[in-house]
Design a protein around this ligand. Structure first.
Ligand SMILES: Nc1ncnc2c1ncn2[C@@H]1O[C@H](COP(=O)(O)OP(=O)(O)OP(=O)(O)O)[C@@H](O)[C@H]1O
Length: 303
C-alpha cells in the first residue's frame, strides 16, 4: 500500500477550553484530489495549520509526506504548495514580480525560475497579465495568482484552503476550470471547502468533518450510496403535511430531510409499497446529491 501523503491519527487540538479537533483521523492518499468538507468551525483551517506546521497538535500524531510534524516543519514546508484563504500578495509588484520574489526564496534552482514562472502563469491563464500590477487585478485574478504561486515549485502536496470563498458564482466557475486542469498534472491536492458543489465538482475523494471529527469518507458516489441511496422523492405541502410525511417515513425506518417547502425521502428506491400507498405519488423524483448526504450526516445547512 502507498504511504499516505497526510496521516492524522486521533489528533486533538484545543485552544484553552475550546476544542477545534476532537480525535481526527485522516489519510490523504498520493495522487488524489482530496476534499475536506465541513461547515464553518468544523476544524478545516486548524487541520491545514497542523499540516504546514504553523500549529502544534495537543494530542495524537500528524505525519506529512512521511515526516512527523511539527518537528519536520522546515523540510515539509519546502515540499508543500500552499494557497491561503487570505490574499497576501504584494499589490505594488506586478504579477510576474510576485512570482519571481517567491521563486527566489524557494528551493528552485535560480536558472529554472523563469521557466517555472512562465509555466505557472500559463497554468492559471494569467500570461497576458504578467506585467500588470496586482492592485489592478480583479478578485478572481488574484486568486489565480495565489494558485500560480502555490504550484510554482511543483510541490509534492498542494493545499487549497477554501479556494473560492467569497467569489461571485461566475468567477468561482472560472476558477474551478483552472483548478480542474491541475488534476492532469497528477499533483496531490488537499482542498478545504464548505461548498458542497465545489467538493462534488473537484474532489476524487471527500472527507466530511464536523465538530473536529471525521464523520464520513469516500468518493462522492460511495458517500451517496452509503448515506442517501440513489433517489430522493420530494413531497410538497403545508407544515402539517410535511410533519405527516416525516412521521410516516420515520415509522417505515427511512430517512427524510426538509428541502424548502418539501420533505425529501432518501433511498426512495427502497420505499415499501405500503408507504408509497400512504404518501401517494411524489411531486418530484430526483437523483440524490451530496447535499442530501451532508445534511443527513451533520444536520447542518451548508451554503
Ligand atoms: N486561535 C484560536 N483560538 C481559539 N479558538 C480557535 C482558534 N482557532 C480556531 N478556533 C476554534 O476552533 C474551531 C475550529 O476552527 P477552524 O477555523 O479550524 O474551523 P473551520 O472549519 O476552518 O471553519 P472556518 O471556515 O470558519 O474557518 C472553531 O470553533 C474555532 O472557533
Amino acid at each position: 500500500m502507498s504511504v499516505p501523503v497526510v496521516h492524522f491519527q486521533d489528533v486533538v487540538k484545543t485552544y484553552g477550553t475550546a476544542s477545534a479537533l476532537d480525535g481526527l483521523d485522516l489519510e490523504v492518499p498520493p495522487g488524489r484530489f482530496f476534499g475536506l468538507l465541513g461547515p464553518n468551525g468544523a476544524g478545516k483551517s486548524t487541520t491545514m495549520r497542523l499540516i504546514t506546521g504553523q500549529s502544534r497538535a495537543t494530542g495524537g500524531t500528524v505525519e506529512v509526506l512521511g515526516h512527523g510534524m511539527p518537528a519536520a516543519s522546515r523540510r515539509v514546508r519546502s515540499l508543500l504548495g500552499v494557497v491561503p484563504q487570505e490574499d497576501n500578495l504584494d499589490i505594488e509588484l506586478t504579477v510576474r514580480q510576485n512570482l519571481e520574489v517567491f521563486a527566489r526564496f524557494s528551493a528552485l534552482p535560480p536558472a529554472g525560475c523563469g521557466a517555472a514562472v512562465d509555466r505557472a502563469l500559463a497554468a492559471v491563464r494569467l500570461t497576458d497579465r504578467a506585467d500588470s500590477r496586482v492592485e489592478a487585478l480583479s478578485g478572481g485574478m488574484r486568486r489565480r495568482l495565489l494558485l500560480a504561486r502555490g504550484i510554482l515549485t511543483s510541490p509534492r502536496l498542494l493545499l487549497l484552503d477554501e479556494p473560492t470563498v467569497g467569489l461571485d458564482p461566475q468567477i468561482r466557475q472560472d476558477l474551478w476550470d483552472v483548478i480542474e486542469a491541475l488534476r492532469e498534472t497528477g499533483t496531490t491536492v488537499l482542498m478545504s471547502t464548505h461548498y458542497i458543489e465545489e467538493a462534488e465538482r473537484l474532489a476524487d475523494e471527500v472527507a466530511v468533518v464536523f465538530a473536529g471529527r471525521l464523520i464520513a469518507r469516500g468518493t462522492p458516489t460511495e458517500l451517496l450510496r452509503a448515506h442517501a441511496g440513489a433517489q430522493a422523492a420530494e413531497y410538497r405541502g403545508d407544515a402539517s403535511r410535511r410533519t405527516e410525511v416525516e412521521a410516516l417515513v420515520a415509522r417505515a425506518g427511512l430517512t427524510s430531510r426538509r428541502t424548502g417547502l418539501s420533505v425529501s425521502v432518501l433511498r426512495a428506491e427502497t420505499m415499501p409499497e405500503s408507504l408509497r400507498a400512504e404518501l401517494g405519488a411524489p411531486d418530484v423524483l430526483r437523483p440524490t446529491t451530496l447535499e442530501d448526504v451532508f445534511v443527513t450526516l451533520t444536520g447542518e445547512l451548508f451554503v
